[in-house]
Design a protein around this ligand. Structure first.
Ligand code: SF4
Length: 302
């Protein structure tokens, strides 16, 4: 049985409704996913039919999160897909910049019980490059007046002084809702930064990552390992052709498990800083346990 099933967190699937995000935020490795999809001839827009066919192979215990490798509402069918999934009793979340979303979309979504509806807001340094136009302002105001369930407002703060876009600041001051300021990961080395060449997990024996069961659906039904796999290094299978459980029984997933303990094999996780805290904590706990066992002596040793 795959090791990831031993954890208590629910599984989730991020839905990439579209490839080629027009926002082009400064910290986003868009070119990597665009190139990888081109190479594999992955269609750029998920059809409603593909989405519903994939759900036929997906158990309801898997949470759907509309986010993935692009702004989900750049696909005009996004709200319809969400509504359909809610009627099928899936647990739903979303991460969006609100680009291309309208007040009509919000009307359609207002009865959905989102576990989280995270809105990424533009900043004063043009790092999160959302076009702040009339429709956008109207959509933000509608959400401030009547929020969707579990709405979280978020701004990426990459450097000191990064704050909310000046056109939005008065609206948020007036409403008094809190904004969460967060940093970013380095997307497993896929963004241009001074950290690009770091391989935080090079040469180590690794533990299975919590994200092994938080996978990403592409517009053609392919499933990528996780939200760090912008180059599609590990594609687990295709939900149009196979059932969800079989994604974790196939050759790709087995080779990932093997590569965790063999540093000579290629593995995206060696370049990823996302799960490093958890790994270090678990590895330290394992070390402590072995030490204690050594001190106590093994009762089976005579
Ligand atoms: S370690 Fe990083 S690349 Fe590997 S599964 Fe976790 S999030 Fe993805």
């Amino acid at each position: 049985m795959p090791a990831f099933r031993n954890t208590n967190n629910p599984a989730s699937l991020q839905i990439t409704t579209h490839i080629g995000c027009r926002n082009l935020c400064s910290y986003c490795p868009q070119q990597s996913i665009v190139d990888a999809c081109k190479e594999r001839a992955v269609t750029h827009m998920m059809s409603f039919g593909t989405f519903t066919a994939c759900l036929n192979h997906l158990p309801r215990k898997v949470q759907l999160v509309f986010s993935g490798f692009s702004e989900p509402w750049f696909n005009p069918e996004c709200s319809r897909m969400l509504w359909y999934a809610s009627q099928q009793d899936y647990t739903l979340g979303a991460e969006t910049t609100l680009s291309s979303m309208t007040v009509q979309d919000i009307e359609q979504l207002k009865h959905i019980h989102f576990t989280r509806f995270v809105v990424h807001l533009p900043d004063n340094q043009q790092r999160t490059r959302i076009e702040v136009n009339e429709t956008y302002i109207e959509t933000v105001q509608r959400l401030l007046d009547k929020p969707l369930r579990n709405l979280i407002w978020k701004v990426h703060r990459i450097a000191a002084g990064d704050t909310l876009h000046a056109d939005l600041a008065p609206m948020f001051e007036k409403s008094g809702v809190p904004i969460h300021f967060t940093g970013t990961s380095h997307r497993a080395g896929r963004i241009n930064s001074e950290r690009e060449t770091l391989l935080p997990n090079a040469g180590k024996n690794l533990l299975p990552c919590a994200e092994f069961r938080n996978n990403v659906l592409l517009p053609n039904g392919d499933v990528a390992l996780c939200s760090m796999d912008w180059s599609l290094q590990h594609t687990l299978g295709n939900l149009l052709a196979q059932r969800y459980e079989s994604l974790f029984e196939g050759e790709t997933f087995q080779s990932i498990q093997k590569s965790l303990r063999d540093a000579s094999l290629p593995l995206l996780c060696r370049a990823c800083d996302k799960d490093i805290v958890r790994r270090n904590r678990l590895q330290q706990a394992q070390k402590n346990w072995k030490e204690k066992r050594k001190q106590r002596g093994n009762p089976l040793d005579f």
